[in-house]
Design a protein around this ligand. Structure first.
Ligand code: COA
Length: 373
């Protein structure tokens, strides 16, 4: 069996950022006008008034301070409360493919790899912008890669599921160089009129180049093991699909956008992930203390604190479990890859770490890696 490694990663960050203050201001303005519009029903006691969102709550409950987005104006316009992303004609590259290509080029450049060296492209993300042709095939074409390409969606766990899929292609010999990309336009499926979740997500694209060890550049990351787990739950759900269209305007059809029972997710996913990591450590003959760093899924800072302390046996420092959630918010599958991309350069040969994601499904994935010389 061949050994799979991570040769390089890439990142594309959108140019616009929205602070909690800006987001809360637009939500509160929207809530005030909603209350005026429904004053009669509120007065009659048939509907509850909307209460204000708060910057302090958001930061304390989640750790999020701001988020990057593709379109800022539409989101913070109380009349729209959704990103305005123009539909593009079929002969123009799709938005999702465009951002994936930018992250992919970053990864290819870092590995000194040309697009024609790639045997397979996997687009692994929470929401594809269309049914077909697969986003991955458009990305493959835009980059000029050969081989084959396909999409996969395991929500926030898409990247770790994508890494294992790529690693399995390498291990079995069906590919030697696999580009796995995670373009996440989370703002497109977030309900900015839902006080409980309007602050959660941001947009970004990441890329991971998974290759056979013999062709990988120096300083790559050996993949020591991958493990995936799913367990059905309705606590994080999005009913958008071609059988049930969302309302044409951003506001409305709330069940065709992201919905969650955040408290239940917190309570149920923390033990599921901590147990999976413990099991996987055992299978690889490792202990928490063997880990130099954990690059965890970026959904909630308190959740990561709990998971990291269960694995390490002590409260993790920012150095042991870095956060990117404060500036990027939850970027679904891309979160743990952003953390790895930005906070792995200082690890020395022989040092080990864990890339771990979790989210809707429920789904969770762990990828243990070791830095090489
Ligand atoms: N501003 C002010 N107050 C708010 C608010 C907002 N934007 N949103 C909710 N609140 C209020 C609630 O109304 C509630 O008030 P009450 O106690 O008077 O009823 C209180 O704050 C607590 O709300 P709750 O939803 O229980 O907060 P929480 O501490 O669980 O934090 C999340 C919410 C979403 C940040 C947290 O549950 C979480 O991150 N869960 C995991 C999410 C996750 O990983 N999802 C995966 C997505 S891929």
């Amino acid at each position: 069996m061949k050994t799979a490694v991570i040769s390089a990663t890439g990142l594309w960050t959108p140019p616009h950022s929205i602070s909690n203050e800006e987001l809360v201001k637009s939500y509160n303005a929207w809530a005030d006008s909603w209350n005026v519009a429904y004053a009669a029903e509120i007065g009659a006691g048939t509907v509850d008034p909307k209460t204000h969102s708060s910057v302090e709550f958001i930061e304390k409950a989640s750790g999020i301070k701001s988020r990057f987005v593709i379109d800022k104006e539409g989101i913070i316009d109380p009349e729209t409360m959704a990103p305005r992303i123009d539909e593009r004609p079929n002969d123009q590259i799709s938005v999702m493919a465009e951002m994936a290509v930018l992250a992919a080029r970053d990864a290819l450049e870092r590995a000194g790899r040309k697009p024609e060296d790639i045997d397979a492209v996997i687009c692994a993300a929470s929401n594809m912008q269309r049914a077909y042709p697969a986003m991955a095939v458009e990305i493959q074409n835009a980059l000029g890669c050969g081989g084959f390409a396909f999409d996969m969606n395991v929500a926030c766990s898409s990247a770790t599921f994508g890494i294992q899929t790529a690693a399995d292609f390498i291990r079995s010999g069906s590919a030697r160089s696999v580009l796995m990309v995670n373009p996440e336009i989370c703002s497109g499926h977030l309900n900015f009129t839902d006080r409980d979740s309007h602050f959660i997500f941001g947009d970004v694209a990441t890329a991971v180049l998974v290759e056979e060890e013999s062709i990988a550049p120096a300083g790559h990351w050996k993949i020591l093991g991958t493990k995936l787990k799913t367990e059905f739950s309705n606590n994080i759900r999005n009913n958008f699909g071609f059988l049930n269209r969302a309302a044409p305007e951003g506001i409305g059809a709330p069940d065709k956008l992201f919905m969650q029972e955040g408290r239940k997710v917190f309570r149920e996913v923390v033990p599921m992930v901590a147990n999976m990591i413990a099991e996987h450590l055992g299978e690889l003959g490792l202990q928490g203390s063997d880990l130099r760093r954990m690059w965890l899924h970026q959904a909630n800072a308190n959740m990561n604190r709990l998971i990291a302390s269960k694995v390490l046996g002590h409260e993790a420092t920012e150095d042991e479990s870095p956060t990117v959630l404060d500036t990027y918010a939850n970027t679904s599958s891309a979160g743990s890859i952003i953390a790895f991309h930005k906070h792995s350069g200082d690890l020395k040969p022989g040092e080990k770490g864990l890339i771990c994601s979790f989210g809707a499904g429920y789904s969770a994935g762990s990828v243990f890696v070791e830095k090489t010389a």
